[in-house]
Design a protein. Structure first.
Length: 269
């Protein structure tokens, strides 16, 4: 557990914006077992990692030696991957020229209150479902107005198909981008969240914040155009409550990156 003295020392070492982030994290901790209060929303990078059509697959080479009476153990490895493979963050520059790369996103925007919109029932009826303003208003009626700087997550249930590429991309030809089917955000909701709720970013448990059949990627253009990010291929979203959790999404800091692998952690209430 973190003591008050340790927290005070940390707070003195970071700038004001960082202090606000750290304060939010520390406020989520209590004397309860910390392992019961965190959910890792990140898929492991391995041979099952899903990538967008035509993107190269994740690859890792490893070197190991030693571990014997005559030689001490040593291990290392190399990885190659797309900036948009697996659980990742789309930087604003991804679909908006002149916006920030992944390394330019302010750190205080990488943590915020989690809003989880559950549309699994609608998705069972329509695999190309797009979240509507009615879904948003229903959530707000049940909880509260979506707070500023929230990270709004769409729970579709699509994560259940993660290891089956054809089902996950909704097509027998998952490497042909014009044949895909899966749910996503709608233009009207993207505009509403950006213009009226002043969020930090959005996320989803599918391969794209736009729905599968999209060819113009309007949601990306709206969100990225506002200087905000998108989180895609989010894991275990069904374990996060609709309201009350805090999400921390920390991407690899790639200079000028259009996206990056991201470790997403939910801190439960």
């Amino acid at each position: 557990m973190v003591s008050k003295q340790q927290a005070k020392q940390w707070m003195m070492r970071v700038p004001v914006a960082g202090q606000l982030v750290l304060a939010m994290v520390l406020s989520c901790w209590s004397d309860a077992d910390a392992t019961q209060r965190f959910v890792d929303l990140t898929y492991t990078f391995d041979e099952t990692t899903q990538v967008w059509p035509a993107n190269p697959p994740f690859h890792r080479d490893s070197t190991e030696r030693g571990g014997t009476p005559t030689e001490q153990w040593y291990a290392t490895g190399q990885v190659a991957l797309s900036e948009h493979a697996g659980t990742h963050m789309d930087a604003p520059v991804h679909f908006a020229q002149g916006q920030a790369g992944i390394d330019g996103i302010p750190v205080d925007r990488l943590i915020g209150p989690a809003v989880v919109i559950d549309v699994r029932a609608a998705v069972r009826e329509d695999r190309d479902y797009r979240v509507s303003l009615s879904d948003i208003h229903r959530w707000e009626s049940a909880h509260r107005m979506i707070p500023a700087e929230a990270i709004v997550m769409l729970l579709t249930g699509w994560g259940g198909y993660w290891t089956d590429r054809e089902r996950y991309f909704g097509s027998p030809t998952p490497d042909v981008a014009t044949t895909l089917h899966f749910p996503g955000f709608s233009e009207e909701v993207a505009k509403f969240l950006v213009e009226h709720r002043h969020i930090s970013g959005i996320g989803i448990d599918t391969a794209s914040i736009d729905y599968g059949p999209s060819q113009d990627f309007a949601v990306h253009r709206i969100v990225n155009g506002a200087g905000l990010y998108g989180l895609e291929n989010v894991a275990r979203l069904d374990e996060v409550p609709a309201s009350g959790a805090t999400v921390m999404a920390l991407p690899m800091k790639i200079a000028g990156g259009t996206g990056a692998p991201v470790r997403i952690i939910a801190i439960l209430p």
